[in-house]
Design a protein around this ligand. Structure first.
Ligand code: ATP
Length: 360
């Protein structure tokens, strides 16, 4: 059992609250991604779990053990860093076997495990080579192999793919996900790349300013962000936000000059906030652009059309606001054209104009 329980963890550097009073339980064999912008505290939290940073408050448990005051090597974890950290003076075989030698395993067992791990990562042909004789992707595989070979119950990964070029990164992402699925290890994975987080994690913990904003499945995070920041940070393009005014005791919202009807249940929720204006969040794929006017659509003016193969991405203006809209790849909509947008009502996410928090 390698559940990780983090309770009230705090870590400061001088006046900087790098991690501030966070709680998180990572289930046994779960893959949790810590995601957030640069400086939000992801790496610090990971280093606290690893024991590379001493916490200022709170406790960390791995399985039943309180590891808060345990040394790194007693925590039954393995780590992969962004900078690979493979030993340049050791060949691939010795790099992968390093942790096993530290555990004083018998030589035949080390050989067997190194061989098996190398095969898993398709680097069995490279065992005699030194890191300088490897490509970036190969070196990264060695770093992963070295962490996996020790068969730790917990694997901590800090931006392990960020030094790779875009294509290799895409390839390694799928490969690593497949590998980690097979290994059944508990994984905490740090990244600032939202696509990596969405595609790999069982759950994503979104961090900002040393705290968690939302911890949920990738689809929940994407489709039901609890905060405007999350909608803007996750997804490419980010979620669109328009200002809506609550009208007629909540039966309609008005966006610029257009009145859009809302259901009674939504109306109740919005009215309960006591606010007149609200953020209306909607993703580009949940808007249908049309070249003729229809009832209940928003007029917009197309600025840019980007053909992306699978769809065209429109940048359009609604009053002062800019909105991104997905269009069919064979559409006739062109720049400088007036269009009308039908929003898929059930996909609209309402957020408080002052706090940015979702209105539930
Ligand atoms: P990045 O994606 O850029 O690596 P991060 O989310 O991992 O960012 P951390 O590296 O955890 O963020 O840093 C959190 C905050 O703590 C930042 O403000 C950072 O400057 C500060 N910090 C981190 N390590 C130290 C340190 N050793 N000394 C002083 N301040 C630090």
């Amino acid at each position: 059992m390698a559940e990780i329980r983090i309770k009230g963890i705090r870590k400061t550097f001088g006046k900087v609250k790098a991690v501030w009073d966070v709680d998180l339980t990572v289930q046994d064999r779960e893959f949790v991604v810590l995601l957030g912008p640069s400086g939000c505290g992801k790496t610090t939290l990971l280093r606290c779990i690893a024991g590379l940073e001493q916490v200022d408050g709170g406790r960390i448990f791995i399985g039943e053990t309180d590891v808060t005051d345990l040394q790194v090597r007693r925590r039954r974890i393995a780590m992969v860093f962004q900078s690979y950290a493979v030993f340049p003076h050791m060949n691939v075989f010795d790099n992968i076997g390093f942790g096993l030698r530290m555990q004083h395993l018998p030589k035949p067992e080390i050989e067997e495990r190194v061989q098996a791990t190398a095969e898993l990562l398709h680097i069995e042909e490279l065992l005699e080579r030194y890191p300088a004789q490897l490509s970036g992707g190969q070196r990264q595989r060695v770093a992963v192999a070295r962490a996996i070979a020790v068969q730790a119950e917990v694997l901590l990964m800090d931006e392990p793919l960020s030094n790779l070029d875009a294509l290799l990164r895409l390839e390694m992402r799928a490969e690593l996900k497949h590998l980690l699925d097979e290994l059944n290890t508990t994984v905490v994975y740090v990244t600032h790349d939202q696509v990596e987080a969405l595609s790999m994690g069982d759950r994503i913990a979104v961090m900002k300013g040393g705290k968690f904003l939302q911890i949920d499945s990738p689809i929940k995070i994407y489709d039901h962000p609890t905060d405007r920041f999350i909608g803007s940070f996750i997804g490419n393009p980010p979620m669109n936000f328009l200002t809506a005014r609550l009208m007629d005791k909540g039966a309609f919202v008005q966006v610029n000059e257009t009145k859009l009807p809302i259901g009674p249940e939504v109306a109740d929720r919005l009215r309960a906030t006591g606010k007149d204006t609200i953020w209306m969040g909607i993703r580009s794929e949940n808007i249908d652009p049309m070249d003729v006017h229809a009832e209940g659509t928003l007029p917009a003016h197309v600025l840019v059309v980007e053909p992306l193969g699978s769809h065209n991405l429109l940048t359009a203006k609604i009053g002062d606001a800019i909105i991104k809209v997905n269009d069919h790849p064979d559409s006739d909509i062109r720049p400088d054209q007036d269009i009308w947008l039908r929003l898929i009502t059930e996909k609209i996410r309402w957020m408080d104009k002052d706090t940015g928090q979702a209105i539930n």
